[in-house]
Design a binder for this molecule. Sequence first.
Ligand code: PRX
Length: 572
Amino acid sequence: MILKTLPIIADEFNLQNYDEVYKQFDWSDAERAFSWFETGKLNLAYEAIDRHANTSKKNKVALYYKDDERNEKYTFKEVQQQTNKAANVLKDVADIKKGDRVFIFMPRSPELYFALIGAIKLGAIVGPLFEAFMEGAVRDRLLDSEAKAIVTTPELLSRVPVKDLPHLQYIFLVGENIEEKDKCYDLNKRMKEADRQFDIVWVERTDGLTLHYTSGSTGKPKGVLHVHNAMIQHYQTVKWVLDMKEEDVYWCTADPGWVTGTAYGVFGPWLTGTSIVVAGGRFKPESWYKIIEEFGVTVWYSAPTAFRMLMGAGDEIVKRFDLSSLRHVLSVGEPLNPEVIRWGMKVFERRIHDTWWMTETGAQLICNYPCLEIKPGSMGKPIPGVKAAIVDDQGRELPPYRMGNLAIKKGWPAMMATIWNNQQKYDSYFLKGDWYVSGDSAYMDQDGYFWFQGRVDDVIMTSGERVGPFEVESKLVEHPAVAEAGVIGKPDPVRGEIIKAFIALRDGYEPTEQLIEDIRQFVKLGLASHAAPREIEFRDKLPKTRSGKIMRRVLKAWELDLPAGDLSSMED
Ligand code: PRX
């Protein structure tokens, strides 16, 4: 098979000339990079792995994996074989077919990546779950999506409420000494016995690929469905924004439980045939710098909270490691402070490039490029093929420097296809004139750079993780002592925001330190540790509208000592 290179225009863009490419680029220009452009046979997993495994890249390392116990590497050929085996097991044991939902709930390990790509080879829709999720969070997601199978570990199995999940028929366990009983199967054992060959299931561009659940300000988490067509933008942005070259070694610190960990942790880099590093285990400044040194990481994609924690750990640590391999550093998920960029210049001698996008957008949209000047504090400019604007609530474009809704003209390749089981929610993202409205407020300057100002809604961003206040409030009121709860994001110098809960207690309960700890644990164990409020304040009564909705806006004003604004809808 002939692999066409990208049109020249893209290569030139890598070096310079944003304005010209922005004017000329059309998404159909990017399609030539894929083998389906010639063959008509399409599946992201094929483009990411098999295509390379069938060329001279077959012996190139696709995956370096390291944690406290394991240090392994796999070539594209080996990943092809392992993912074929995973696909065969999912097919033979669980009869997984195109469109079936397969969830993956486990800590990072090579098996996670094999199962992910293996399921995609079958045309299944994969729901990756962050290992920190507790039973309630797992139940919501598996129920809503009617998942048929899950890949998990014996340790995490107790958080999968199998009895409550009538559609869940197959549980694949990754671990030692697995006993195959009930609905459980030993994935490693089955993979050892499975065939290394597999005929990929070809799909349409519009067929489902991943289902990432994410939080809004109301209701349960929503399942954002992405489709195979997203690969076009994954590929193109990895070239343009991540500036990936053949010899690069790339490390994305995000877990596949978040969209960054799939789109830019796996899909994008493998589509471009890049060697990726996956590090298991917890965040520690020393081990992070060690990863860069040991693997010679050249392109590094992380998040503001992580950079702020590294900054907090001090410059002395940095000097103990050889980080000279680093060529390009990027950030996503929260506002990147100018101070962090200045620190990056000092310790890495590299600019940190901010990128803006969302779970719903499926891929990067507004970015700082190697070829562009960086204005610290700005998210950068839209990628070619994407029109971004600031619009008012009626969808009218606003002039530079006016604050409003950050909106994107519908129709970029990676845009979500739907919200699972919730067309109404999906429709609510769009305004007249086909504007996708992000929920972020921002302004644009006279040079076309976008500046993030905040969320329009009450969504909380803590350590780069998106938490819906409603979800936390719902969990809080399940606690026997809690009568009412209102949850807000409180600004924090390291984590961006922390979760603060205002609570009115039921009669007979006293506000004690012990109770605070007990409530915190309750959320931690019921939802996830990152969703547990770091601060809890007790009040006799919470501000509510006449219809009984907690007014978070007023709580925030209390907290920050700001005017509370219009209180006409508040109950007496
Ligand atoms: O508020 C914006 C913030 O993260 C939100 C999207 O969160 P999530 O879907 O979890 O995706 C995060 C990673 C793709 C946005 O609505 N956000 C994301 N990137 C930035 C940002 N805020 C400021 N600057 C950014 N670069």
